[in-house]
Design a protein around this ligand. Sequence first.
Ligand code: GDP
Ligand code: MG
Length: 384
Amino acid sequence: MSKGLPETRTDTAMSELVPEPRPKPAVPMKPVGINPNLLGYIGIDTIIEQMRKKTMKTGFDFNIMVVGQSGLGKSTLVNTLFKSQVSRKASSWNREEKIPKTVEIKAIGHVIEEGGVKMKLTVIDTPGFGDQINNENCWEPIEKYINEQYEKFLKEEVNIARKKRIPDTRVHCCLYFISPTGHSVPLEWWQWLSGGGHGGSDTPPPLGPSLRPLDLEFMKHLSKVVNIIPVIAKADTMTLEEKSEFKQRVRKELEVNGIEFYPQKEFDEDLEDKTENDKIRQESMPFAVVGSDKEYQVNGKRVLGRKTPWGIIEVENLNHCEFALLRDFVIRTHLQDLKEVTHNIHYETYRAKRLNDNGGLPPGEGLLGTVLPPVPATPCPTAE
Ligand code: GDP
Ligand code: MG
């Protein structure tokens, strides 16, 4: 067979046996820093302005979900965050009337414009979550909704004639509302305080857990599919000591239960990110917030606040609550990162699993068809 080979091929084979010394590469292997002052202005930095103009033209999507028991102030807080009525609040809040029998998912879209930039905001409300006597598996419809949005995006992405801009309905951020009543004195305490004693000891028994089993169960399941930001609702109902002690206990309970919330440690990109996010993880989380969509006059200025017999709680005043910290974090410093982590981590995990399960074929073409297999039913403890 080798006889039939053209001569040139044999020559090549021979030369491979005796390698010639490699010529030095004409271009250095490592990039060398160029001093633009020497060579004149190139204009690389205008990319920022170009990106700004593009974003101004197209706008951007941001989808925020709120989860937590009815009456914790979810609708009020998103209205406070975006300074507009983006979430419907019943005018006279009536627990009996409003609570649905099962968890419902309601998405409402708005366009908010500021400084010429358009944000297509979708607020996804989850009425009925944690409101039943038996809250078993009540996180499932929420997980299903989140996955359905990934599926929609994936289908658009694998289309041959795909849209120039795929509509993004994926949940970028999930605010999870923790009830502030976790700090209340447990029954044992009352028995001890009212003279019953506690096993003959003078030391008070330790406080009960701050998070309900339902809180832990929700965050355990959902932190792997969406960016969860835990918040302590109605922080004006706690004293300063209670608030700081409650926050510490919540952080500890999340850590003990291996629950990671946003910003997740493993996704810090550099030391700067790590330093900034460590501060948030160790000090600010979970943000203890107060919401209000009513304005009052304080020292000649209009402020959003809650009027009480002993004064006005100003929601944006850091001496009153941590609402401003949450607002800065979600909107002013981490909004783009929330979107990137959703796309690069959560959606990518879903996409890889989905294509893998489908033998490498796009959804709809392979073994699985278009419908996701049902989420396996895992029992979820009942809320207290
Ligand atoms: P949702 O069911 O979780 O959406 O709760 P809403 O936003 O409808 O609020 C329920 C009730 O709690 C309303 O009467 C609100 O005015 C009140 N509320 C909302 N946020 C706060 C807060 O931060 N502190 C206090 N004390 N009450 C609040
Ligand atoms: Mg509501």
